[in-house]
Structure formats: C-alpha cells, structure tokens
Design a protein around this ligand. Structure first.
Ligand code: IPE
Ligand code: IPE
Ligand code: MG
Length: 236
C-alpha cells in the first residue's frame, strides 16, 4: 500500500463527557473530571505505541457558549491538570504545545501554558498538542490575516505555512468519540485527507484499546489522495 501502517499524527475530538456523567446520574463536571483520566491513559498509550504527534481537542471556540459555571470548571481543570501532569510529561520526554485563540484565557493560565511550553521545548518523545479556544475557521483566518498584513499572496502553500499547526504533518488519523459524525470546527484545513474514525465510546471510557482499534482500522485504509489505486506488487 506504500504507506506506513502507523499514523505519525493522531488527532482526537474528545467528546461525550457530559453524557458519560448523565448516564451515571452525575452532573456534567464529573464527566470532565473523569475525562482527564482518559487523557492521561491516551497520552501514555500514544507514547507506548510510538505516535509522533497527538493532538487533543480540549475546548473549542464555540465551547465559550456553555454555561459560565461549566466554562469555569473546564478552565480550572486545564490549569490543575497542567500543574499536576507537567513534571511527568517532562520526565517522559513529552513536548507540550497549546494551540488556539487564547484571548479569553486568564493571565495565570496563559502564563502556565508559556512556562510548560518552554520547559518541554527540547523534548522529542511525543509532541502533545492541546487545542484550547481553537477553531478551524479561526486558524485559516489568522493565517490569511498575517499574509494580508505583509501584503503577501494568499495561496495554499502560504496559508499552510501560517497555520498554527505548521510545524507538524497534517493528522493522518482523526478519532472522534461520543457518537457524533461531525468535525465541529476542528482542523478544517488540516483534515483535507485525514482518515476519519468515529466511535460511540464516550471519552471518559477511552483507553489504549480505543487507540488499538483505531490504529488497526487505519492500517487497512488505502490513502489515495485523489490518485488511482496503487498497482498490486509484482508476483516475482
Ligand atoms: C467533551 O464532552 C468535552 C468538551 C467539549 C469540553 P462534552 O462536554 O461535549 O460531552 P457531551 O457531548 O455533552 O456528552
Ligand atoms: C467538540 O465537542 C469540541 C471538543 C471536544 C473540545 P462539542 O461537544 O463541543 O461538539 P458539538 O457541539 O456536539 O458539535
Ligand atoms: Mg459534546
């Protein structure tokens, strides 16, 4: 098939925390708290499986519309998780990057993000990209704005270079948990030829088996990028 069976870049839309909680008679925050444990399992599994880049969609631009109490809890969880997990991430060679429009974040959270990015900058085991306040349309628009401000041409190559994800290959595999079949304004540009894996599993239930299942499915895809199928290998 002429492609690596292992994706270099896996992106995940972590959905279903609220429903996980509600199905247990709990409030939505309980689902977010449990979702953090799933993040820890999936980061470890990604390291163990040899993935280069793992992107996690943690908070979309549209998620600012949620009730203020839920938004506050999600921001506090981001902050506390970053604080708690940073030493281990660093020890394990994880390079952390946080992408998105961060105007709405508190100064304290932004400072903590900067610090975490600086600390882990030289790490090479796994790049963990966390999308916070991210929107696919915003990403393309901010790239176009930069080019326009410099009076440069708005062609595809130039836009590509200005996306906040420009240092990584496009996701090879997108996983969305939670049973919805949509992209919800995630990486609209970068998903052009990504293989899309949807599962009903709710995010707090995610563990290494989810990754194994998705990777096994991915290994069976033929990525043609608009071309015709590759010829069968010679019999001799
Ligand atoms: C994903 O779970 C977490 C975020 C979007 C921040 P949800 O909170 O969307 O859970 P559901 O989809 O309501 O179950
Ligand atoms: C997508 O989930 C965003 C994240 C997982 C961060 P949502 O729950 O916000 O998506 P919709 O509203 O169901 O499309
Ligand atoms: Mg949801």
């Amino acid at each position: 098939m002429g492609q690596s069976p292992l994706p270099r870049h896996v992106a995940i839309i972590m959905d279903g925390n609220g429903r996980w909680a509600q199905s247990r008679g709990k409030l939505r925050p309980a689902g977010h708290i449990e979702g953090v444990k799933a993040v820890r399992r999936i980061v470890k599994a990604s390291r163990d499986l040899g993935i280069e880049v793992l992107t996690l969609f943690a908070f979309s631009q549209e998620n600012w519309k949620r009730p203020p109490l839920e938004v506050r809890l999600l921001m506090e969880l981001l902050m506390s998780t970053l604080e708690r997990e940073l030493p281990d991430l660093h020890k394990n060679g994880v390079r952390l990057r946080v992408i998105g429009e961060h105007d709405g974040l508190s100064d304290a959270l932004r400072a903590r993000i900067d610090e975490a990015q600086r600390l882990t900058d030289a790490n090479t085991t796994l790049t963990l990209v966390v999308a916070v306040g991210y929107g696919g349309q915003w990403d393309i628009a901010q790239a176009a704005q930069k080019l326009a401000a410099r009076g440069e041409a708005l062609n595809a190559e130039a836009i590509e270079r200005e996306l906040v994800t420009h240092e990584w290959p496009h996701p090879d595999l997108l996983i969305r948990t939670g049973g919805e079949y949509r992209i919800s304004n995630f990486m609209l540009w970068q998903l052009a030829y990504t293989e899309l894996y949807f599962t009903d599993l709710l995010w707090p239930d995610a563990d290494i088996q989810l990754l194994r299942d998705a990777l096994a499915w991915y290994a069976g895809r033929e990525r043609r990028y608009g071309n015709v199928p590759a010829p069968a290998p010679d019999a001799g």
